[in-house]
Ligand binder design. Structure first.
Ligand code: NDP
Ligand code: SSN
Length: 288
């Protein structure tokens, strides 16, 4: 997600400095004009605004607050925009560290996957320093099709988790439908078409349905991010934790969460999250 976002900024002529743990992944960006810094600290020291796109809460904290982390390069007049998907507590922690350096913080997790990142069609769910939001809005408009400012830090993370919770349950339910249609002698491709024309149509179903019917899961949003294991956190589990914290019942999401865990145990972490369908196949002895 970070690469296409950086690329879109380079394309419009922004002065972009990049860092990634695996440096080779920066090479295509460097060849297109990005400069390279050897640590997150150096990036933050050399930039007015630093964007972070990390896998999960642990890496987001490490890259920000760890050794040679971005915090060390921050200071008054600078801004830090974390576009990773993390939990509320992680976002608040990063905010505190950035603020302690006199800099501004904006959480801005995104809705929309790899293709939408490439096309500059992401949806930003931002919260934090309003002045930083105003400052980076022109950049967010290059990277995305819309942006929401949701107030205090944590609201962006919470909104993202709620959206991903709905998405996880929708995909699990869609998977059940595909397999059931096949078991009762229907053509699942026709089911995908029917769904795409009705009230429950969703781009996600039209995009992923045809591949799922063929047991193919080209990775857009890796299943491992729907089931993050670090610090026992993951998008669905984090959403369940959020629900529990306010005594909101979410039985559908809880059931879906179990399926993602099974799919992950089958070694499908790096496949698209639509590979959750494999968890149901195994249960019903359907290997087709
Ligand atoms: N893919 C999608 O469709 C979407 C993803 N998201 C969210 O965006 C974030 C990134 O997702 P995505 O780009 O798909 O994930 P990837 O797995 O492709 O990239 C993860 C990035 O995090 C880095 N990273 C992981 N662990 C560490 C660590 N311990 N220290 C330093 N860097 C680390 C990786 O570095 P390295 O290259 O060295 O491994 C890589 O740059 C996630 O939070 C995800 O939930 C949000 C919306 C859509
Ligand atoms: O967090 C990832 C969400 C993927 C998507 O919105 O399609």
């Amino acid at each position: 997600m970070g690469s296409p976002m950086a690329l879109n900024l380079i394309k419009v002529g922004c002065d972009v400095i990049v860092w990634n743990r695996t440096k080779s992944k920066c090479d295509p960006l460097i060849s297109l004009g990005a400069k390279y810094s050897s640590s997150p600290e150096e990036v933050a020291a050399n930039c007015d605004v630093t964007f972070a796109m990390l896998a999960d809460p642990e890496s987001a904290i490490d890259v920000t607050c760890g050794k040679n982390g971005a915090v060390s390069g921050m200071g008054p007049g600078k801004g830090y925009v974390d576009v990773s998907t993390v939990d509320v507590a992680t976002s608040k922690l990063i905010n505190e560290h950035i603020k302690a350096r006199g800099a501004l913080f904006l959480e801005a997790p995104v809705s929309g996957s790899k293709k939408l990142a490439e096309d500059g069609q992401l949806i930003f769910l931002t919260a934090g320093d309003r002045s930083l939001y105003e400052l980076v809005s022109p950049l967010l408009d290059i990277l995305g099709k819309s942006r929401f400012y949701l107030g205090k830090v944590g609201n962006g993370a919470a909104m993202k988790l709620v959206v991903n919770m709905i998405m996880g349950s929708m995909m699990a339910s869609f998977s059940e439908g595909i397999l059931l249609s096949k078991k009762v002698g229907l053509d699942p491709s026709v089911l995908v078409e029917v769904v795409s024309q009705g009230a429950i149509s969703a781009p996600m179903y039209s995009l992923k349905g045809p591949s799922m019917v063929k047991s193919q899961y080209p990775t857009a949003f890796p299943l491992k991010h729907q089931q993050k294991k670090l610090m026992l956190t993951q998008d669905l589990r984090l959403a369940l934790g959020l629900a529990e914290s306010v005594s909101q019942s979410t039985p559908i999401a809880a059931a879906a969460n179990e399926l993602y865990k099974v799919a992950k145990s089958y070694g499908l972490s790096d496949e698209d999250f639509s590979a959750v369908i494999e968890a149901l196949k195994a249960k019903s002895q359907d290997t087709a």
